[in-house]
Design a protein around this ligand. Structure first.
Ligand code: NAP
Length: 221
């Protein structure tokens, strides 16, 4: 399929956690990140055509997903949200900052979609129950999104990884341990379970920015 080049980018603790506990905004953990690490993150944002986070991240973190630490253009924000249950005061619906696409399914109430459109966002319907990324990615490509940064959370990362629609993974390592059995990690979902199904990566580069080790991985298969 013709699809955008996909880069998963995430800030994770040494034990792979995305946040402090299930339901917690990752903004708290990210407050430990220094400016150099933010600059690295925003350099990527400035280079891609589209940026995606899951609807749960919008509800818990309320991110803006704009470029602020470096100069550059804001990518189009793309939010998979199966019933369009995105708060109408969410920062991603400030469409004067950057364009936003809410990706939804046949389950989304029409009235809700109208309210989102009134905020200036576009709507794409791709899926019956949940957003179907195999359907969505060629649609994004057709709209000119040739590169897509996926910034989590765990469920969305799993969807891309299990379908093997990822080209690169870039990690900002936070030099802390969070612990906890049910705390979201880089990749959630069912997991591959079998050795033969694992996603294989090759380390492309590693370097330090501020207090953070950064690793960049290419997907092998
Ligand atoms: N450290 C970091 O880099 C980082 C980055 C991002 C997020 N986070 C943290 O991660 C946590 C959220 O992660 P999460 O895994 O709970 O949620 P998520 O991946 O952000 O979003 C999942 C939501 O997306 C919607 N969705 C639509 N289609 C889907 C599909 N095909 N498959 C799966 N979900 C689909 C569903 O919401 P609907 O039912 O409404 O459709 C689902 O609940 C938060 O604590 C956040 O702070 C951390």
């Amino acid at each position: 399929m013709e699809r955008p080049y996909v880069v998963v980018v995430s800030e994770v603790s040494i034990d792979g956690k995305l946040t402090l506990y299930r339901g917690a905004s990752s903004k708290e953990l990210m407050s430990l990140m220094d400016e150099e690490a933010y600059r690295y993150l925003h350099e990527i944002r400035a280079k891609v055509d589209g940026i995606m986070v899951g609807c749960e991240t919008v509800r818990t973190d309320n991110p803006s997903l704009t470029v602020r630490y470096v100069k550059g253009k804001n990518p189009t924000r793309i939010i998979p949200c199966s019933t369009a249950n995105v708060p109408l005061d969410a920062n991603v619906l400030n469409t004067e900052d950057a364009p936003t696409i809410i990706v939804t399914t046949e389950r989304a109430p029409q009235e809700r979609l109208e309210k989102i459109k009134d905020r200036g966002a576009q709507i794409i319907v791709a899926g019956d129950e949940l957003v179907d990324f195999d359907r969505l990615l060629p649609m994004l490509y057709e709209r000119g999104i040739r590169s897509l940064m996926v910034e989590g959370g765990a469920s969305i990362n799993w969807e891309f990884i299990r379908r093997r629609i990822v080209d690169e993974i870039r990690i900002i390592h936070m030099p802390v341990i969070v612990g906890g059995e049910n705390v979201p990690t880089l990749v959630g979902g069912e997991g591959f379970k079998k050795l033969k199904n694992l996603l294989h990566l090759r380390l492309r580069s590693h370097f330090v920015r501020g207090n953070h080790l950064i690793t960049e991985w290419e997907v092998v298969r």
